[in-house]
Every structure is written in structure tokens, then in C-alpha cells.
Design a binder for this molecule. Structure first.
Ligand code: URA
Length: 440
């Protein structure tokens, strides 16, 4: 039976004809219930990967995947929002954004992932907080959001279960890099959160999955159109991912960097990127009359402590002892895991920082235990970096530019790669612009 169904779908794709929507939804239900054999799923994935499918079919596919599991219901509320980032280095935005938006009166039922390849994952970062539980059921997510305004939970099989299997098979069949498949995978999980508005941070550059602006724009357009096709007010921001984001990189270190921003301090570019994303969502939901006002509202809750308070309540709601959550908010270094060694690296010359190669830093950190090579690998949460310099900082020869937090010894190869990651120049470069363009 399923053989005929899969064949019909593949023939339509190969002949550039529209897949029957009843066939497509039966196929997705079959994937979710595990009744379609893996070899047939592989055949269909290869077909989509090779020939592509239209935006309308991507939307039907996404809808089918969204409906393959629980869909959160907010009973008519119009302020339910989220953000998705395609992944970067030092990208700790979710940890700050979710409580900041909650402090502005929005509801954020955020589903997040673990580290993928060289990029860090929000769930791995949160799991460096003692007691923090990311394994929430859909009912627990709704309760948490009703109580504190936001939650951050790990993707699980209750929501969009078809994606779990499809993603695993894409991984082993080299069919991950297909715009319709990436779109359906990401948007189906976000749509199942029952959102009114979504902001997408589509990164491009050396340390992003999309290396060129052109590729990032194609993915952004596909995701925006599909998400809007499902009734979610969506905007994508294309951002530069060549330079690391902020001063802290690594799991526990990014929690530390996030707490600094929530305390009204921390790295300026981190705060600005959170405000850019949050401002967009406040505008999309009509809570701000324009983007500028939305940006101002985010800065306000970061400065007046309201976002930090929501962060503490989110930690408590998700299992962290209140005393520890309060301490995390005041003296985060005392609560978070630390690496055994901290090694300072020094500038080889005098001049302006021209670039810091985010990809090189990420690759070394992964080898030192901050990321995984196999799904079964365990993360060492204390590993990472604190950057003392960023693009256009003026450094003197011998001045420290980065501290490396590590347990394993740094090999000569690691040190060489880290030293080469810093480029300095006698001339100052143009100001670094993280935001490249907006796709509506
Ligand atoms: N993240 C996802 O969840 N799915 C993809 O396909 C790629 C990144």
C-alpha cells in the first residue's frame, strides 16, 4: 500500500507535477506512525532533495508535519511569539530574548535544539544551570508560559514527531541541505507552538550553515512564505556570522554572558541583537507601534531588571532551586560549572582587530569538549572562551585578546589555529554591521 503512495509522490516530484495533498498528508502520517518503511522515506527524501518542490507543496508538507503531533492551543490569545536562529557562534539570544519578551507582556513557548555541528545549542547551554529541566510535555509548556510568560523546552516526540524521523534519515542520506526540507523541519515545530508571530534569524558567513548571502536569502524567503502560509506573521533577519557574537562563547559561559546582559550590562552587540529580534516581534504583534519603539521596550526591560526577574522565574519553573536561581542572577560565576584551566592568549602585534574567525574558535572549542561529534558524546559545560577584544578593538602587542577555558591540554595545533583566528591591521575597518537585510 505505502509503496504505491510513495511511488505516486515521487513520480509527481520527478515530473514537476504537484503532489496530491491527500497523498502527502497520508505519507507524513505514515512517517509519524512509523508505518512507512525507511527505504521508502529515503527514496522520497532523495526525490525532494534532487528536484525540489514548490512553496505551496512546502507549505502542505509543513502543515502535515505540524499536525503529526500536539499543537499548542492558546485559546484566542494574540501575543504568542518565538524566534528561530539557523545557528551561530556565541548565539545566546534565546536565553535573553524569551524572558525579555515575557517581561514586555508577550508569551514565548520556545522549543529549542541541542548543538549541531560547530554551533552551540540553547538546550545544552541551559543544562549547565543546576536543576534546569528542558524536558517539558506540551501541557507543562503551556502551564509554564501561563505562569511566567516563557519557557524553553527541548524538541521532543510529542511535537512534530514526523520531523524527528525525517531529520534522522536526512542526516544519514545526505539530504539535509534542501531548502524545502529545512523549511518544513524548522517551521513545522514553530507552527506547532501555536504562534501568532515569528522572527527568523538566518545567518550567513564562514561560521553559518548558509555560507553566502544568496543562500541565506533563498532559505529566508522559503521560511517566511511557508510560515505566513500557515497564518503566522513572520519576518526574517539576515545576519552576518563571520565574527563571534558577544564576549562569551561556550555553554556555561554563554549563560554567564546572558546573565550579564539581563543585569543591564554585558556585550553591546549581544544586547543590540536581542533588541533587534525582540523589537521585531513587538512590532509584529502590535505591542509596539514600530520597530524603533519595540527595540526601546526591550532595552528598558534589560535595564530595569524585569527581564532578569522573568529569567529567574523561568529557571525556578523549570526545576532550578529558587536560592540557586537568585544566586545565578546576582553572582552567576558561583553557580555555573567552570573549566579547570584558563589560558590567556596575547596579540602578536599592535593594531586594530580586523577579524576574529568565529568558525576557527568553534572548531577548537568543539574538540575541547564544548560540542559533540557523535550524538552520544557528553558536553563539558565549562569549556569555551571569553573574548576581551572584538572587531576594531585597538590592541597593543602582548595585550590579552581572549581567554580559553579548558580541561584538556591545548595542543600546538589548537594554539596555532587560535592564534591565526585573530587578524590585526594598522587601519581601522568600517563599523561591523550584524544585520544585513530584512525579508518580509
Ligand atoms: N534545524 C532543524 O530543526 N531542522 C533542519 O532541517 C535544520 C536545522
Amino acid at each position: 500500500m505505502s509503496e504505491n503512495l510513495t511511488e505516486r509522490l515521487c513520480i509527481s516530484i520527478e515530473n514537476n507535477e504537484v503532489m496530491q495533498s491527500t497523498d502527502l498528508s497520508a505519507f507524513i502520517q505514515g512517517v509519524a506512525s512509523r508505518s512507512i518503511p525507511v527505504n521508502e522515506i529515503e527514496m522520497w527524501l532523495r526525490c525532494v532533495h534532487t528536484h525540489g518542490v514548490s512553496v505551496e507543496e512546502t507549505t502542505s508538507l509543513t502543515k502535515g508535519m505540524m499536525n503529526s503531533g500536539a499543537v499548542l492551543n492558546w485559546q484566542g490569545l494574540d501575543n504568542v511569539v518565538d524566534k528561530h536562529s539557523t545557528g551561530g557562534v556565541g548565539d545566546k539570544m534565546s536565553l535573553i530574548l524569551a524572558p525579555a519578551l515575557a517581561a514586555c507582556g508577550l508569551r514565548v513557548p520556545m522549543l529549542a535544539g541541542r548543538g549541531l555541528g560547530h554551533t552551540g545549542g540553547t538546550i545544552d547551554k541551559l543544562e549547565s544551570i543546576p536543576g534546569f529541566n528542558c524536558n517539558l510535555t506540551p501541557v507543562q509548556m503551556q502551564e509554564a508560559v501561563k505562569k511566567v510568560g516563557c519557557c524553553i523546552a527541548a524538541q521532543n516526540d510529542a511535537i512534530a514527531p514526523a520531523d524527528g524521523l525525517l531529520y534522522a534519515i536526512r542526516d544519514v542520506t545526505n539530504t539535509v541541505d534542501s531548502i524545502p526540507l529545512i523549511t518544513a523541519s524548522i517551521v513545522s515545530k514553530k507552527a506547532a507552538e501555536g504562534l501568532n508571530a515569528l522572527v527568523l534569524d538566518v545567518k550567513c558567513g564562514k561560521a553559518a550553515f548558509m555560507k553566502t548571502e544568496h543562500e541565506a536569502i533563498d532559505l529566508a524567503k522559503s521560511m517566511v512564505e511557508t510560515s505566513k502560509g500557515l497564518g503566522i506573521n513572520t519576518v526574517a533577519q539576515i545576519t552576518d556570522m563571520n565574527e563571534p557574537i558577544g564576549s562569551h562563547i561556550g555553554n556555561a559561559l554563554e549563560v554567564l554572558g546572558s546573565v550579564h546582559v539581563l543585569q543591564g550590562q554585558g556585550a553591546d552587540d549581544t544586547r543590540d541583537l536581542v533588541a533587534l529580534q525582540g523589537g521585531q516581534l513587538l512590532e509584529l504583534t502590535g505591542r509596539a507601534s514600530n520597530h524603533e519603539e519595540g527595540v526601546k521596550m526591550i532595552h528598558e526591560v534589560l535595564e530595569n531588571g524585569k527581564a532578569l526577574r522573568c529569567f529567574i522565574e523561568m529557571c525556578v519553573q523549570q526545576g532550578t532551586n529558587r536560592k540557586i536561581a537568585e544566586e545565578l542572577a546576582t553572582l552567576p560565576e558561583q553557580v555555573l560549572p567552570k573549566a579547570k584551566h584558563v589560558t590567556a592568549l596575547f596579540s602578536p602585534g599592535t593594531g586594530y582587530v580586523e577579524s576574529i574567525d568565529a568558525m576557527a574558535l568553534a572548531e577548537v572549542a568543539r574538540e575541547l569538549g564544548a560540542g559533540r561529534f557523535e550524538m552520544s558524546d557528553t558536553i563539558n559545560h565549562g569549556i569555551g572562551y571569553v573574548l576581551i577584544a572584538n572587531k576594531n578593538t585597538y590592541l597593543m602587542e602582548g595585550q590579552e585578546w581572549i581567554s580559553v577555558h579548558h580541561d584538556l591540554d591545548l595542543s600546538p595545533q589548537h594554539l596555532k589555529k587560535l592564534h591565526q583566528a585573530l587578524q590585526i591591521n594598522s587601519e581601522q575597518s568600517a563599523d561591523f554591521q550584524r544585520l544585513i537585510r530584512i525579508i518580509t
